[in-house]
Design a protein around this ligand. Structure first.
Ligand SMILES: Cc1cc2nc3c(=O)[nH]c(=O)nc-3n(C[C@H](O)[C@H](O)[C@H](O)COP(=O)(O)OP(=O)(O)OC[C@H]3O[C@@H](n4cnc5c(N)ncnc54)[C@H](O)[C@@H]3O)c2cc1C
Length: 555
């Protein structure tokens, strides 16, 4: 038995993909054309498919009769100029080919009697469209199914219930990754000289520790959801005439944006809700009763969990499309992601990223964009990672490094201390207030950052896990803490309002000082650096002249 095998299960891979969501599946299927031994490792069940398994399955794509430049111009405008145009352009250029791949694999999009795809314009933009999957309601799970079938046909290996904690390097060379089984606690060592990170927005600390740079943390995730049942599809309901009203029955967004009204991103509708709440005009309701009958038919769930939800509502006497249902804002997570080039390469040779790990969004989102992005970037990275792996040398893992890390990973087990869930709650409480996450200001961000400092210093080191399932939770809370700290730090730095970042004390856009990214990097486990970097507008096609944020007047 080798020194490594004495430490845990050793799995060899030509390419290791961390994360078995839809981006990981795309990357795996493409990479398999270049190398034989493609391995996906997933902390959930091997075949759950990540968030896509719950998604609508709708997709943005630039169809052949449309122009990439038009879509790019829309997105630069929508992101208020804060757009990596090279990255977005490459996503758009490849979008239709991936839609066609999906159809070929058995994931069908809605077409009219003329055979043309039927799309819904997003957020009041002129060109960006989301194409709908049929039957409505089971789209995401169908996407996952077709990609898993493909992965099975070409013998992509999939390991579930293994939580990856660290990426291994010798010098600057990637040698593999380690993690533990969240059920039985077994330790795993994956040997691979090419790794594709497809963990969505979670666990990016493992990339940071490996030397990858991150950005876009100032942009928090906010959305609206029904208060007492599950629904998805707001992204298409609002363009089709559904509207939010406040407790007085007023269409409050009309006064904040007479042009777009509430046909916009969650972020703007939530700002409207925050201001209305301060005036005592909450709660809020979504009213679909003025949608045209044909559009109601279009959006009526036909399958999946959405149909179950719809039927349950009907059984309790509520017709979703005929009355008002109560909705509320929700805050959680952020748009922080990994900095990559157009091939999905990070700064670390051999370490690639796919899917929603790519930092593309300035805090606003177009319906259908993520499933477009996951398919396109998964494919691109499968190709670039596959080429890299085909010519890379054998990985040589240092057993002493693994032994040291292993001891550290399991150290929070079975000690007295604080439960991770309690610390997670403390972080959620800190980020929830309107003035920390929605209408930010210097004072509230500084106070929140101080509280975060306390959590980091006093609570995180005392967290304990009674088993390896809780150990996974503990590690997730560590990432939540770090990404929240990044969110607060970057929010404080960006002294302006732009995209999904709103500062009440700096309500204007400041192009002179803030046409910049805020970037986090690490030169060791505990040393995080933050810097800003000018956006290279001179090399981009679109010079920002119009700004989506100008459609709104919240003061
Ligand atoms: C209800 C709902 C409806 C949606 N509808 C749409 C839609 O119609 N159109 C659209 O474009 N988007 C939609 N989305 C968004 C879209 O589904 C997701 O953004 C997309 O699926 C993300 O894919 P991903 O592969 O990048 O990340 P994820 O799905 O987050 O996958 C990442 C995977 O990595 C695993 N992982 C993370 N860390 C580790 C670790 N340390 N070790 C091992 N494994 C790890 C996770 O368990 C996860 O399975 C919807 C989302 C939801 C929730």
């Amino acid at each position: 038995m080798s020194q490594l095998e004495s430490l845990g299960h050793v799995i060899e891979a030509d390419i290791l993909i961390i994360g078995g969501g839809i981006a990981g599946l795309w990357a795996a299927c493409k990479a398999r054309e270049y190398v034989n031994n493609v391995v996906i490792v997933e902390k959930g069940p091997a075949d759950w498919g990540g968030l896509a398994s719950r998604a609508g399955g709708d997709l943005d794509a630039v169809i052949p009769e449309e122009k990439i430049e038009d879509w790019l111009s829309d997105i630069v405008y929508y992101f208020d100029g804060l757009c990596d145009q090279e990255i977005v352009k490459v996503i758009l250029e490849n979008s239709y080919a991936r839609l066609a791949d999906y159809e070929y694999l058995g994931h069908k999009f809605l077409r009219g009697p003329d055979g043309n795809l039927k799309g819904i314009l997003q957020r009041g933009l002129d060109h960006v469209k989301c194409f709908l999957y049929r039957p409505y309601g089971a789209g995401g799970s169908n996407m996952v199914r077709v990609m898993q079938e493909k992965a099975n046909q070409i013998s992509v290996k999939r390991f579930g219930r293994i939580y990856i904690t660290d990426i291994l390097k010798t010098g600057s060379t990637i040698t593999g990754a380690i993690g533990f089984n969240v059920r039985n606690g077994d330790f795993y060592i994956f040997k691979a000289n090419t790794i594709i990170l497809a963990t969505g927005s979670s666990c990016l600390d493992i990339a940071l520790k490996a030397g990858v740079e991150l950005k876009n943390f100032e942009f928090g995730h906010v959305r609206n959801d029904p208060k007492s049942f599950l629904w998805e599809g707001q992204t298409n309901l609002l363009p089709l005439g559904a509207y939010f009203v406040n407790a007085k029955g007023e269409r409050f967004m009309d006064k904040y944006s007479p042009i777009l009204r509430n046909n916009t991103d969650f972020h703007y509708n939530v700002i409207g809700m925050a201001i209305e709440t301060r005036a005592g005009n909450n709660p809020f309701y979504l009213d679909c009763s003025e949608m045209k009958p044909a559009d109601i038919e279009l959006m009526k769930p036909e399958a999946g969990w959405l149909k179950l939800s719809y039927d349950r509502l009907l059984a309790s006497g509520i017709n979703f499309f005929q009355g008002k249902t109560e909705w509320q804002p929700r805050v959680g997570g952020n748009y922080g992601g990994v900095i990559v080039d157009t091939k999905g390469r990070t700064k670390v040779p051999g370490l690639f990223a796919a899917g929603t790990t790519w930092a593309t969004n300035a805090g606003v989102y177009m319906g259908g964009w993520n499933l477009c992005k996951t398919a396109v970037t998964g494919y691109i990275v499968g190709e670039s990672g596959g080429e890299y792996a085909a010519s890379a040398k054998n990985a040589q893992i240092n057993p002493y490094q693994v032994e040291t890390l292993k001891r550290k990973i399991y150290s929070p087990l079975k000690q007295n201390g604080i439960l991770p869930s309690r610390v997670g709650m403390a972080i959620r409480d800190l980020i929830q207030p309107i003035e920390v996450s929605i209408l930010k200001n210097k004072n509230s961000l500084t106070v929140a950052l101080d509280k975060m400092g306390f959590i980091k210093e006093k609570l995180l080191p005392q967290m304990t896990a009674k088993d390896t399932h809780h150990l996974m939770n503990l590690m997730d809370v560590n990432w939540t803490a770090l990404s929240t700290e990044f969110n607060l730090t970057a929010s404080l730095m960006r002294e302006e309002t732009r995209g999904g970042h709103t500062r009440e004390d700096f309500p204007k856009r400041d192009n002179r000082n803030w046409m910049k990214w805020i970037i986090f990097s690490s030169d060791g486990e505990n040393h995080v650096n933050v810097r800003s970097e000018r956006i290279p507008l001179e090399k981009y096609d679109v010079k920002p002249k119009r700004y989506y944020m100008d459609n709104f007047r919240f003061t």
